[in-house]
Design a protein around this ligand. Structure first.
Ligand code: GDP
Length: 461
């Protein structure tokens, strides 16, 4: 009887412990090239090697309460695993490589064991586990949210107008002319010709992104199709305004609707609705390097992405799902491209990119923050005196591996006017990654410990 009672006691105790274990699902997104893969790689590495003394601002480590972190089997078998080993392997090569960019959605799960700080948790359990799922997905997919509130004709008009504007028209004109020629002939197009035109539209979007750094491009899956590559659901494109009453417009409209119903909505229902916290990476420095139109478009894209986090009563998203994201962080990534004295300017610039929508989110009590960091630090800070006084510089290697010393220039606090680019150039070009002697060596970063405190601090008290 006594032993039965003590067994029961133990079982109840275990049950109480288990109910205290927690689970956190974090979405990580940003437009292509924003630094998502580098970020997830670093986040996992910092967690697995938290005892390397690189995370002074993360309270649970500072207080010696983190017992360890380990990778776990991923919970969603239908998702691609995030390839952490390949990413770290690339950094360990004799000529270190940046991890390959995010192409679709992927996931990795970690278990973090820690000693609770105080209170009931501490009384009930000598240690607890936080299960952390990191889900990396393209920000381009969030740019599709506005499609939910738009019919084909309005979407088409908006996209056509953008493509016909400078500087995008420079590359888009031949495709636009071709579509005008097809629609004015009023000849019926068979499915395979439609497929060809749609593929060419997808190629045009990729060219605009690659050569002109355009960001506000739709549909998002035309750029990063994930598992939808080559399927007819992507075979639609915008038409000139005068062709919007044609039979062709009706056919494209039904594909557009199918895309909205079968691709955009399911993404929000199956993935987005399950995120507890969300991190959005922004490469504001990359946009500055490109020019005024790119910066303006990036602001427009960021604000379109922000719509996914505006779920007040009656909002587009609230009608579709019941979002549960309680914290949202905008990260200005790759901060190792500039000298630290410019970090506050980069923070202000990132805030100004999120614009009115960002301010409203804060005002509505949403827990929105902005942070400047570098997931994988590829430069050292330094100083040089060219004869006219000491100036701060960064030292690293360019993408060809040649050592460089750069004065990257001043980062503006808000979006500059076009004349700014005539007066001042930027030198934020790519840097080669640091070499990692072995997969367990410390990975240099800037402020990943602040990020961990923001992300996990309240959950690990
Ligand atoms: P993704 O497309 O969002 O997954 O972006 P990636 O993680 O592939 O990053 C794109 C590129 O940005 C990389 O190949 C690097 O050149 C650069 N990058 C990303 N993070 C950092 C960083 O912390 N520091 C530096 N110097 N470059 C970075």
């Amino acid at each position: 009887m006594k032993s039965q009672l003590s067994r029961l006691g133990r079982q109840l105790e275990q049950l109480a412990y288990r109910s205290l274990d927690q689970h956190l699902r974090v979405g990580i997104t940003g437009l292509s090239g924003a630094g998502k893969t580098a970020f997830v790689t670093s986040l996992v590495h910092q967690l697995l090697h938290a005892d390397a003394g690189q995370l002074p601002m993360w309270e649970v480590v500072q207080q010696g309460r983190l017992l360890g972190a380990a990778r776990q089997p991923q919970p969603d078998l239908a998702l691609l695993p995030f390839d952490y080993d390949a990413a770290i392997g690339g950094l360990c090569q004799s000529e270190p490589q940046w991890p390959p960019s995010t192409r679709g959605i992927s996931e990795i799960r970690l278990a973090l064991r820690y000693v609770p700080a105080k209170g009931l948790k501490r009384q009930l359990a000598d240690h607890l586990t936080l299960y952390l799922d990191l889900v990396d997905y393209p920000g381009e997919w969030l740019l599709d949210l506005p499609l939910l509130g738009m019919d084909f004709a309005s979407w088409s008009q908006q996209q056509w107008q953008i493509l016909a504007e400078a500087p995008w028209a420079e590359r888009a004109q031949p495709w636009l002319d071709q579509i005008v020629a097809h629609t004015s002939e009023a000849r019926a197009l068979d499915d395979s010709s439609l497929g060809v035109l749609a593929t060419e539209y997808g190629e045009l979007l990729k060219t605009l992104r690659r050569e002109l750094s355009a960001t506000y491009l739709q549909p998002g899956r035309a750029l990063l199709p994930g598992e939808l590559a080559g399927t007819p659901i992507l075979a639609f494109f915008p038409l000139p305004p005068e062709a919007l009453a044609s039979p062709l417009a009706q056919r494209l409209a039904s594909r557009y609707q199918a895309y909205v119903q079968q691709v955009v909505k399911p993404f929000y229902r199956q993935h987005f609705a399950r995120f507890d916290r969300q991190i959005v990476l922004l490469d504001a420095l990359g946009a500055l390097d490109q020019g005024h139109a790119q910066c303006l478009q990036m602001a427009q894209s960021v604000q379109a992405i922000m719509q996914s986090f505006q779920y007040g009563p009656g909002s587009l998203l609230r009608r579709l799902i019941n979002p549960r994201i309680d914290k949202l962080l905008f990260v200005a990534s790759k901060a190792d491209h500039i000298t630290v004295d410019q970090h506050t300017n980069l923070l202000a610039l990132t805030d100004s990119l999120t614009g009115e929508i960002g301010r409203r989110a804060r005002f509505m009590g949403g827990r929105v923050e902005t942070m400047v960091l570098s997931a994988i630090r590829a430069s050292q800070q330094g100083q040089v005196d060219p004869g006219s006084g000491v100036v701060p510089v960064i030292r690293g290697r360019d993408s060809a591996g040649t050592p460089v010393t750069r004065f990257p220039g001043e980062v503006p606090r808000t979006l500059p006017q076009p004349e700014f680019w005539q007066r001042q150039g930027f030198a934020f070009g790519a840097l080669a990654p640091p070499a990692l002697p072995d997969p367990h060596a410390p990975l240099p970063h800037m402020r990943m410990d602040h990020l961990l405190e923001w992300l996990l601090g309240d959950k690990m008290r």
